[in-house]
Design a protein around this ligand. Structure first.
Ligand SMILES: Cc1cc2nc3c(=O)[nH]c(=O)nc-3n(C[C@H](O)[C@H](O)[C@H](O)COP(=O)(O)OP(=O)(O)OC[C@H]3O[C@@H](n4cnc5c(N)ncnc54)[C@H](O)[C@@H]3O)c2cc1C
Length: 550
C-alpha cells in the first residue's frame, strides 16, 4: 500500500502547501509504527480473534505477509466443530477429540477446547458470521471420526472464508486495531531473555523493528514444506522458525497430517476435497474401481485421516501404474444436494472438466495440517517471556498425534481468545527502547535461487519425511537439510527468508520423527510400526540443539 502511495510521490511537489501537510500526515499514518502495545503476527482466525480481545487494552498491530485472504483460514471448507446440536454433548466432542489424538492429547487443553467452543461460536454469530441454517435452525454436518453431527458450515463449503470475513469486519469496528497487509516478519526481537518486538520487512521494502509489550505468533501452518499440499503459499512455518531461533520450545513437530483426498490433476493445484464429502457418503475406489476402505478399517471411508491416507498410499503402490490415482465417487448421491452442499468444490472441479455428481474424481493425499508448533500453556504463553502463540503455529496439545477434523478453526478461535486475554492482563507499559532501524531491503517476491532451494526441500521432505517414514529416510533428510544450511543462512529478501524458515522447520520435523521410534497418529514408521507407550506416550520437545520427550 505504502509502495503504491510512494509511487505517485513525485506529484506531491505540485500540491499546495496545505495539501502537502495533509499528505505528510497521511504518510505518517500509513507507515509502520515503531512501537505498539501488542504485535500479532498473522491475520487468520487465531490472530484476528486475539486482536479483538486485545483491542480494549492498547494499540494492536496485526500483520499479514500477503493479503488477509491469503491464509489457511480462508481455504477451510468443511466447517467448525462444536457440541451445539440437541443430540450432542460436550463430553462426546471431548471423547472424539481424545480418540483421534491417539493417546497424546493434552486432556486439559482438549477440555478447554470443547468447553469454550459453544461460547466462541455464539460470539461469532453475534458479530455477523452466517452459518448455514434450515429455516432458523443451524445445520450440523458429519465428518470422519466424529460420533455426532456437529460441524457448522457456511455457504456450504466456504466456512473459513465466512469466519474470516466476520472477524475482519469486527476488527474494523475497533479503533485500536491496525491490520496491515504485505508486512513480513523475519525474526523476533529478544532482549534479556524477554521477547520485546519483531523485525520486519515492510510493504515498502524497509527493514524495520517494532517494539511491543507482547508478541503473538499466529502465523499458521507449514504445508509448503511438502511437494503436495492443500495449503496456500503463505504456509511456510515462519512463526515456528522464528520462535525456534529465539530459543522457545517447539513441540510435536513429527505429527503432520496428510489429507487423504486432494484433487490430483497435472498442472492443477492440489485442491482439497473436504472430508465432508465422505461424511455425505462418498466412496473411495481404486484404479480397478473397487471400494477399498472397508478392508482397512471398520469405519470405512470415515476412518481417521491417517488411516485413510496410508490406505490410499498402499493402493497407489500396489496398483502397478506409473502415475496412479484413486478416485472419490459421489455418483450414487443426490446430485442437487451435492451441488447445494458443496458449491465451491462443484464449481472448482467443473473448471477442470469434472462434474463431481456424475464423474469419478482423481485424488491423492497431500500435506494438510501441522499438529505441532510453538509449545504453549493453556493461555497461549510460550516458554519465552513476552511471546505467545495460537492457532496452527502453536502446540497446545489439543490435537495429540492427530487432529480431529474441524477442530483447528476452533482451536484458533478458542486459544486466540485466551492468548489475547493473557497478553492483555500482562500488559507492561514499557518505554520503547528500540531505535527505529529503517534500512533498505530487497522486497522482491521473485528469487529463483530461493525458489530452487524450496523445491529441493519440498521434494526431499515428501520422499523421506512424508506419509510413510523410515529411519534411513529420515537420516537422509536431515543430512540433506543440513547441507542446505549455508545456502539459506543470509537471506536478503522475503522469499529467501521463507527458504531459511522451511529449512529450519523441515529439520525440526525430520529430527522429531527420527527420535520418535514408534508409530502413532499421523506419524508412521515402517521400521517401528507399533505404539511404544512405555517410551513415547510423551510429547517431543526441541530447543536449539536438544530434543527430549516429556
Ligand atoms: C484447504 C484447507 C481446508 C481446511 N479445512 C478446514 C476445516 O474445514 N475445518 C477446520 O477446522 N480446519 C480446516 N483447515 C485448517 C485450518 O484452516 C487452519 O488450521 C486454520 O485456519 C489456521 O488458522 P491460523 O489463524 O492459525 O493461521 P492462518 O489462517 O494460516 O493465518 C496465518 C497468517 O499468518 C500470516 N503470516 C505467516 N507468516 C508471516 C510472516 N512471516 N509475517 C507476517 N505474517 C505472516 C499470514 O499472512 C496469515 O495472515 C483447512 C486448511 C486448509 C489448507
Amino acid at each position: 500500500m505504502v509502495t503504491r502511495i510512494m509511487s505517485s510521490h513525485h506529484n506531491v511537489s505540485l500540491l499546495s502547501a496545505r495539501w502537502r501537510v495533509a499528505w505528510y500526515h497521511f504518510l505518517l499514518m500509513s507507515s509502520v509504527p515503531t512501537h505498539a502495545d501488542f504485535v500479532v503476527v498473522g491475520a487468520g482466525v487465531a490472530g484476528l480473534r486475539a486482536a479483538i480481545e486485545l483491542a480494549s487494552a492498547g494499540s494492536v498491530f496485526v500483520l499479514a505477509k500477503r493479503e488477509v485472504r491469503d491464509s489457511n483460514t480462508q481455504y477451510a471448507q468443511g466447517g467448525i466443530a462444536a457440541a451445539l446440536s440437541d443430540e450432542d454433548e460436550i463430553s462426546l466432542h471431548l471423547q472424539d477429540t481424545l480418540q483421534a489424538g491417539d493417546g497424546l492429547c493434552n486432556p486439559e487443553a482438549a477440555k478447554v477446547l470443547v468447553e469454550d467452543a459453544p461460547e466462541r461460536i455464539e460470539e461469532l454469530i453475534q458479530w455477523g458470521t452466517e452459518f448455514d441454517r434450515e429455516g432458523t435452525k443451524l445445520t450440523f454436518g458429519r465428518e470422519g471420526a466424529h460420533s455426532r453431527n456437529r460441524i457448522l458450515h457456511a455457504h456450504g463449503d466456504s466456512t473459513g472464508r465466512e469466519i474470516l470475513r466476520g472477524l475482519y469486519a469486527k476488527t474494523k469496528t475497533l479503533k485500536h486495531i491496525s491490520v496491515r497487509e504485505f508486512e513480513f516478519s523475519t525474526d523476533l526481537l529478544v532482549e534479556g531473555g524477554h521477547v520485546t518486538g519483531i523485525h520486519l520487512i515492510s510493504d515498502s521494502g524497509q527493514q524495520q523493528v517494532i517494539s511491543a509489550s507482547a508478541v503473538l505468533l499466529a502465523t499458521g501452518g507449514l504445508g509448503q514444506l511438502y511437494l503436495n499440499t492443500t495449503n496456500p503459499a503463505v504456509a511456510t512455518g515462519d512463526g515456528v522458525a522464528m520462535a525456534y531461533r529465539a530459543g522457545a520450545e517447539i513441540s510435536d513437530m513429527e505429527f503432520v497430517q496428510f489429507h487423504p483426498t486432494a484433487l490430483y490433476l497435472k498442472n492443477a493445484p492440489r485442491f482439497l476435497l473436504s472430508e465432508a464429502l465422505r461424511g455425505e457418503g462418498a466412496y473411495l475406489r481404486n484404479l480397478e474401481l473397487h471400494r477399498f476402505m472397508p478392508k482397512y478399517h471398520p469405519m470405512g471411508e470415515l476412518a481417521p485421516r491417517d488411516v485413510v491416507a496410508r490406505a490410499i498410499v498402499h493402493e497407489l503402490e500396489v496398483s502397478g501404474s506409473k502415475d496412479p490415482v484413486v478416485y472419490l465417487d459421489l455418483g450414487h448421491l443426490d446430485a442437487e444436494h451435492i451441488k447445494a452442499r458443496f458449491p465451491r468444490i462443484y464449481a472448482t472441479c467443473l473448471q477442470h472438466n469434472i462434474d463431481i455428481t456424475t464423474e469419478l474424481i482423481p485424488i491423492r493425499p497431500a500435506a494438510h495440517y501441522a499438529m505441532g508448533g510453538v509449545r504453549t500453556d493453556l493461555q497461549g504463553q510460550t516458554t519465552l517471556p513476552g511471546l505467545y502463540a495460537a492457532g496452527e503455529a502453536a502446540a497446545t496439545g489439543v490435537h495429540g498425534a492427530n487432529r480431529l477434523a474441524s477442530n483447528s478453526l476452533l482451536e484458533g478461535l478458542v486459544f486466540g481468545a485466551r492468548a489475547g486475554r493473557a497478553m492483555r492482563e500482562q500488559l507492561r507499559h514499557l518505554p520503547s527502547k528500540v531505535e527505529p532501524q529503517n534500512r533498505a531491503a530487497s522486497n522482491g517476491p521473485v528469487d529463483s535461487v530461493a525458489d530452487q532451494v524450496i523445491r529441493e526441500i519440498q521434494m526431499l521432505m515428501w520422499r523421506d519425511a512424508g506419509i510413510v517414514r523410515t529411519g534411513t529416510g529420515l537420516k537422509r533428510a536431515i543430512e540433506q537439510l543440513n547441507s542446505i544450511t549455508p545456502r539459506v543462512a543470509h537471506p536478503q529478501n522475503r522469499r529467501a527468508h521463507e527458504a531459511r524458515n522451511l529449512q529450519a522447520v523441515g529439520s525440526l520435523v525430520a529430527r522429531s520423527a527420527l527420535a520418535r521410534e514408534e508409530s502413532r497418529g499421523a506419524h508412521y514408521r515402517t521400521d517401528f510400526p507399533a505404539h511404544n507407550d512405555a517410551k513415547f506416550l510423551k510429547h517431543s520437545i526441541v530447543t536449539c540443539n536438544s530434543i527430549r520427550f516429556a
